[in-house]
Design a binder for this molecule. Structure first.
Ligand code: ADP
Ligand code: TRP
Length: 329
């Protein structure tokens, strides 16, 4: 049995880029045979940035509801909230005591905060809290506590998984074979989905389409996607089109081929936008109903997360006991 695990930060409403690049491939992985999958809401990681208790609660529910609505099956996978597993923060402290400070300076979450400060000519430590600095240690604890073999992540998280591996090796060298060395998995095929303005769709660029946008506003946003000034008769390159990139993620092979041909022979962007809306809506409409239903009955989400925490803590407690034995506690 192979263990896969990934964390999702509750920092805002998930968008179509998150769906295509992270949620869809991670759910597909959990459906494979011979795989034990763990998914968690990384609320302690979000705490670096989200320090409004109401928002923290809302984002946590929204993120859990998003994953469940899109097909994460709590009977097949373990879904939990990071802060419900105290063993994680306990292991995090143990790992921090064997990790040199100099090792943490290279973490890019921290480095990019420092670079921003340097560029803005303000104090290098401005806005940097200890949670951000130690972020990769907490992430290593998330991963190592569950004997994780594979961590599906976006490209930006590769370094953190490599650091978890280094920390595990360091622990094993000191105290004997205890922690499984994890590897990352980046889904090669998935593209970076462009946003409304053609840049990468990202919360940081304010160019996103939320996954569970209401149909009228979904259509409005799709109509806003930037296109060039070609006329309907002009041949167009489907590989150079944000609209086509979006269409491809939601349409069938047949539909992709068909629209691809029409890009070459002639089609107006207004019509393409309607087609994009139809395929996106077709996929997301049933999920949206489940999502809204869950958000109106948050006790259902609580129950799923609590059941998940019970399962997760069984694994966590046994690994933590082994770690503590090894260090003489
Ligand atoms: P954001 O850039 O909106 O803050 P995150 O950094 O929280 O998004 O990303 C969460 C996950 O979604 C990561 O695994 C990331 O690789 C993936 N992701 C984010 N934006 C896109 C995109 N435009 N296309 C594909 N995957 C994306
Ligand atoms: N750092 C990840 C992100 O920003 C979230 C995360 C926290 C995570 N702990 C994890 C991902 C453990 C994979 C495994 O997206």
């Amino acid at each position: 049995m192979k263990t896969i695990l990934t964390g999702i930060k509750p920092t805002g409403r998930a968008h179509l880029g998150n769906y295509v690049g992270a949620i869809k491939p991670a759910i597909a992985l959990s459906e494979q045979e011979g795989v034990k999958s763990l998914y968690f809401i990384a609320d302690y990681h979000a705490l670096n940035a989200v320090q409004d208790p109401k928002l923290m609660k809302t984002y946590t529910y929204e993120m859990a509801a998003t994953w469940i609505a899109l097909g994460l099956d709590p009977d097949r996978s373990i879904l939990y909230r990071q802060s419900d597993i105290p063993e994680i923060t306990e292991l995090s402290h143990i790992l921090s005591c064997i990790t040199p400070k100099s090792f943490m300076n290279k973490s890019h979450a921290y480095k990019s905060a420092v670079d921003k400060n340097l560029a803005a000519k303000v104090d290098v430590n401005a806005g940097v809290n200890m949670g951000l600095y130690a972020y990769p240690i907490l992430m290593a604890a998330d991963i190592l506590l569950f004997g994780t073999d594979t961590v599906p992540v976006g490209r930006d998280q590769i370094q953190h998984v490599e650091m978890a591996r280094d920390i595990a090796e360091n622990f094993n060298r000191k105290f004997g074979e205890t922690l499984t060395l994890p590897t990352y998995q980046v889904s090669e095929g998935t593209l970076v989905l462009p946003g409304l303005d053609g840049r990468k769709m990202s919360k940081s660029y304010n160019n996103t389409i939320a996954i569970f946008e209401e149909p009228t506003s979904l259509l409005k946003l799709i109509k806003k996607i930037k296109t060039d000034s070609k006329t309907p008769e002009d041949p167009k390159d489907p590989n150079d089109s944000t609209l086509f990139a979006l269409f491809r993620e939601f349409a069938s092979e047949e539909e992709i081929k068909e629209l691809g041909k029409r890009f070459q022979t002639g089609v107006g962007y207004g019509e393409v936008k309607q087609s994009v809306f139809q395929v996106v809506e077709r996929r997301l409409q049933p999920a949206r109903e489940i999502y809204l239903e869950l958000l109106h009955n948050t006790e259902k989400i609580d129950k799923i997360l609590q059941d998940g925490a019970i399962e997760a803590r069984k694994i966590a407690a046994s690994k933590l006991a082994e770690v503590k034995r090894k260090i003489g506690m």
